[in-house]
Design a protein around this ligand. Sequence first.
Ligand code: ADP
Length: 449
Amino acid sequence: FAEETDLVVVGSGGAGMSAALTAAQAGKKVIMLEKMPIIGGNTNRAEGGMNAARTLQQLENGITHDSAMTMSLDAQKGGHYLNNPELTLALGENAKEAEAWMLSLGADFCHRMGRGGGQSVARGHGPCDGSAVGAHIMKLFYKTAKSIPGIEIRPSNKVTEVIVKDGKVAGVKVIGKDKKEYTIDSKAVVLATGGFGANAKMIESLRPEYKGFATTNHPGALGEGIDLGLRAGATLVDMREIQAHPTVVPVKGILISESMRGRGAYLVNQDGKRFINELLPRDIVAAGVLAQPTGKAWILIDNALVQKNKLAQGYIQQGLAVKGNNVEELAKGIGVPAANLKATMEQYAKAFETKKDEAFGRPEMITPNNVFPMYAIQITPAIHHTMGGLRINKNAEVIGVTAKPVPGLFAAGEVTGGVHGGNRIGGNAVADIITFGRIAGKSAADYIK
Ligand code: ADP
């Protein structure tokens, strides 16, 4: 005896939720399986925002020169042109609709004027109060899933196999809450199991130089979805492309959002000096931090930003920041030469005024970032995102060994590869999971008919 459903979605993060809701909105019966006791995976931890080009809100803010192609090319440039252009274009073209869909569900999203690293145009969207995007969207997804018919969510249920019969997906094997194995029959399965950023062994085997790195990922980011896909006939792409996020609190592994830099914060080394254009893509900024003699840096955030930003307030409440009421106090607190720090702050304020960063060519300053009290948080790079994974096409169909889709198998989000190439730019993860989650849900619904 096996249960039966139209669609099984494996994983309850943003990609799985977007797929499940889209299929349910198309009238399909969906069972969502989540191995962890709580839902939301890494999506719960997403802080920055959702990139989307040519949204209504972007236009309302006077940003009229963005386009799907520009968004696609930014992803490729940031990803060192390793990305699959079919996928970056699908992202650029469909993110706008995905963002509008979030608004239709009730997301309190505003367009953000600050540019994230690697964005040639400001296209971030997120909670209007500046709070973290992940918690906001997961709450919304859960509420919506509860309010529409057709979706059942099962935490503590781990998928151990995608069943393939006569070359087609036929269901899944699951270990339930009670540790007993059971089967669900379904014509289609969406793998939305996330990445493997918390699997230190897997990371090290692919990239030995990352041995010993901390991670920003949730403990369930172990990459079982890769294996599930492979056993069902999937192929992989870009597995060695693993991203270290440049600004993570050492040892604690707490990520300081890229949006802090986008909103005007900058980095100084132990000498009290800036060393890089802080808006460059993550891998370059991470390498810049590691190249400093201590392998660490300080991110400086002024009180003007703290006053209006919940994320920044959260970092301070968690005791991550050193506070200084004046330059001397701040310099002493973080152990850098006060004269250097003073000169750095003056140079940055001047760059803001003249709209030209002579030293490092940062394209946008947004604020002078010099209102005391100033706050400094120590950071270093940590494993953040795994760009590689299951090979998909623009319909989120999983590509098999014959270079054709595996019938009935779809995937979206961090478990897939090809969207972000060699380096994901900030704001493109949430864009990816919602956009491709929706595409996977729609493709699966169409496939089931
Ligand atoms: P994405 O951002 O791509 O949506 P997330 O990390 O947010 O990825 O979500 C992926 C979810 O999938 C996590 O909650 C993770 O625990 C879950 N997951 C991973 N492997 C399995 C599995 N074999 N069975 C059920 N759930 C899984």
